[in-house]
Design a protein around this ligand. Structure first.
Ligand SMILES: [Zn+2]
Length: 343
């Protein structure tokens, strides 16, 4: 099995200012993770291309696009309260979105079996008309549209396990039955969306599944949600491609989240997704980096995730039984849309 790793050191030059958690050093953590001895010989490094203006405009409004491009004329622009653009951010945001497009191209053409795109700035909070939450362009949403248009993929599963709700991605596909968006996230928490009752609208009703989790929940609860909700629904939906918004800020050591997931939990969840991809879409899955702000936790969690993608072997993880009220709650809302949740 070959896993593509889409990475560029250039992405360090998106500067956010001292003390900002979404720091350039995150790319160093990624570089260290990719060089881990356990992964030796299993990864193929791919240089990303930049996304084109037209590709970004498949999701974003012209107005936001111009606002981002204009930021290149100033040392520092606040795109929102906590989203900073430096002089090279506009250029590098194109490259960040391009990491995921490069991953999709490599996977869809069969060059690699699956891929991890190390996008920075992250993307899942970016709405069609607004950069927010450290995110400039919505890398995963753009990649989903790209896969639909370039490769005629009709059904795409987007799984988002970042500790924050992927509000931008949800918004981009809220009325679409072709993109099933499933998000696990801490609740209540930034950005305030992602309630269980947000299920999609019009033709997209039932194609948004939110799993709000309490602070303090960790590996056992997350894995249970994947085993009992994400995987069965994914199998029933039978996508042709799986995109994963892989944020590692649900880690117990992360400064921005209150959840208690460990590298083993992230490994197990990644392994379940790889298994699903193998069952339904010939293994075609592309992970894209979102959050993760404790550098050690980020590095170790990426190693686990890449281990699962590249088939290093069973993750060191034992499923534990946990209170099933969380799973029951999701089933109550979504069993009318998904037979696999009716039991
Ligand atoms: Zn996050």
């Amino acid at each position: 099995m070959t896993t593509g790793v889409v990475l560029s050191d250039e992405l360090k030059h998106h500067e956010t200012g001292s003390g900002h958690p979404e720091a350039p050093a995150r790319i160093d953590a990624v570089t260290k993770a990719v060089a881990h001895p356990a992964l030796a010989g299993r990864l193929e490094t791919l240089a990303p291309r930049a996304a084109a203006r037209e590709e970004i405009l498949m999701i974003h409004w012209e107005r936001l696009y111009r606002e981002v491009v204009d930021s290149a004329t100033r040392d520092k622009t606040l795109l929102d309260a906590d989203t900073v653009a430096s002089r090279r951010t506009a250029e590098l945001a194109h490259l960040a979105s391009g990491t995921v497009l490069t991953g999709v191209e490599a996977v869809m053409s069969g060059k690699v079996d699956n891929a991890f795109a190390f996008s920075r700035p992250p993307g899942h909070h970016a709405k069609p008309d607004k950069a927010m939450g450290f995110c400039v362009f919505n890398n995963v949403a753009i990649a989903a549209k790209f896969a639909q248009q370039r490769f005629k993929v009709t059904k795409i599963l987007v799984v988002d396990f970042d500790v924050h709700h992927g509000n931008g991605t949800q918004k981009a596909f809220y009325t679409s039955p072709e993109v099933l968006f499933v998000s696990t996230h801490q609740w209540p928490h930034y950005p305030g969306t992602g309630a269980l009752s947000e299920v999609g609208k019009d033709d997209g009703e039932g194609f948004t599944i939110n799993v709000p989790m309490s602070a303090g929940m960790g590996d056992a609860e997350l894995v249970r949600v994947f085993r009992d909700i994400v995987i069965p629904v994914g199998r029933e939906f039978a996508p042709e491609l799986i995109l994963v918004s892989a944020g590692f800020d649900a880690h117990r050591d992360d400064p921005l989240g209150g959840m208690c997931v460990t590298k083993e939990g992230f490994g197990r969840v990644s392994e379940l997704l790889v298994g699903l991809a193998s069952d339904v879409c010939s293994g075609r899955t592309v992970f894209a980096l979102e959050g993760g702000y404790n550098l050690t936790a980020l590095e170790e969690s990426i190693v686990s995730s890449l281990g699962a993608l590249s088939g290093v072997g069973a993750q060191n993880f034992e499923d534990e039984d946990v209170d099933d009220s969380l799973v029951k709650g999701v089933r109550e809302v979504h069993s009318r849309y998904w037979k696999s949740l009716a039991t």
